[in-house]
Design a protein around this ligand. Structure first.
Ligand code: V47
Ligand code: SF4
Length: 348
């Protein structure tokens, strides 16, 4: 039976950790058995120039002229994609800052070029925030922007930019960003036109547990109305080099991360997967999370800039062998997938 927001809050606050993790693990195993999904992927953060400055972001540079601002050329992007595909990548995860100048055609051309050159890889590209930015710049409706991107080769949208969708807390941490309602609308439009997506949640800063539950509830509601989410990804706030971090000063504890993952598995009953994003949780916590409701470890990643700018000390990439070994060491079954969750290989 579906649990209510109040029940989710009580589970989070009152249930002993072991018990909560066991409940979430039972839910995960009922869906996926011992399987843990992962993808051979590469992140491509094509620019860090951004017209916004969200309080939690250590990645963006407002000015193109900042000494460490960058904006890769199409040739540089192709070179990164080629190296990834040659080492077996099945997903390119392409996101960047909101660049002030590039016209929408620039992004269409980026996708169309990658699509033409590399056929066996999924293009999971552009957060809802980037989609809104493109729509604004081009004076087009979000639906048309998504349709053009789909025609150019877009396979899926990543889940970034969701942060916390509730109005009050969103206003406090990223008031200038698109609203929660706008974020949800982009994902709804994508689902309605057959583009699957993910959803993230940035937690472990100034929010209340109630804000996290409200966020999950908004996502669960949208998934009921217009299904299309594959995975929910709780993102652990990293406090270095950003204004929000100066206020908060520390990262969420392991217990907080595991409780968040476990409650999300129990509450978001219409989401196929909960991801433990090892880049942010660290590997030891990610290994606990796959016994506490998480059924997915994201991937090999190869390059990561957003969390590392904010103090992450995990490796920037992981080999497929290491990924399989980590999962097997936990007595679980690694299932290699692509961005659309089609199975590539199972390693019992
Ligand atoms: O949108 C920014 C977050 C996101 C910080 O869809 C921060 O499969 C922690 O969305 N500390 C980008 N997080 C990452 C992302 C993602 C990652 C993995 C898989 C998928 C997927 C999506 O990173 C941003 C923002 O919410 N972020 N700053 C920070 N200081
Ligand atoms: Fe820009 Fe995204 Fe950073 Fe916000 S989180 S400042 S939109 S790059």
């Amino acid at each position: 039976m579906r649990i209510s927001e109040q029940e989710a809050l009580d589970l989070f606050l009152k249930t002993p950790l072991d018990e909560l993790c066991a409940m979430a693990n039972a839910k995960k195993e009922a869906r996926h058995g011992k399987n843990v999904f992962w993808v051979n992927n590469r992140q491509i953060n094509y620019t860090n120039v951004c017209v916004l400055k969200c309080s939690f972001c250590s990645f963006s540079k407002i000015k193109k002229t900042d000494s460490n601002a960058y904006d890769w050329t199409l040739e540089e992007i192709i070179a990164k994609a080629r190296a990834a595909v040659q080492s077996g990548a099945k997903e390119l995860h392409i996101v960047g800052g909101l660049h002030p100048d590039h016209p929408f055609e620039y992004y269409l051309n980026m996708l169309a070029t990658l699509r033409k050159m590399f056929t066996g890889v999924n293009l999971k590209a552009f957060t809802a925030v980037e989609i809104c930015h493109f729509a604004k710049l081009a004076g087009r409706h979000v639906r048309d922007v998504l349709q053009d991107l789909k025609n150019a080769g877009l396979d899926a949208l990543p889940g970034g930019g969701a942060e916390l969708l509730g109005e009050e807390i969103r206003h406090k941490i990223c008031g200038k960003k698109e609203t929660g309602a706008e974020w949800l609308e982009v994902h709804k439009e994508a689902h309605l036109m057959g583009i699957p997506t993910n959803a993230t949640m940035l937690f472990g800063h100034i929010e209340k547990i109630e804000d996290r539950i409200e966020h999950m509830s908004l996502l669960r509601k949208l998934q009921d109305e217009a299904p299309g989410f594959f995975a929910f990804i709780p993102l652990v706030f990293h406090p270095e080099n950003n204004p929000l971090g100066h206020k908060v000063g520390h990262k969420a504890s392991e217990e907080d991360v595991l409780r968040t993952i476990a409650v999300s598995r129990l509450f978001m009953d219409n989401f196929p997967h909960i991801k433990a994003y090892w880049i942010q949780t660290g590997i030891p916590t990610a290994m606990k999370a796959i016994h506490a409701g998480a059924s997915d470890l994201d991937g090999t990643i190869m390059e990561e800039k957003i969390t590392h700018a904010a103090g992450a000390d995990t490796w920037v990439g992981m080999s497929p062998e290491k990924m399989r070994g980590l999962i097997q060491n936990e007595g679980l079954i690694p299932v290699e997938r692509d961005a659309l969750y089609d199975v590539i290989s199972v390693s019992p």
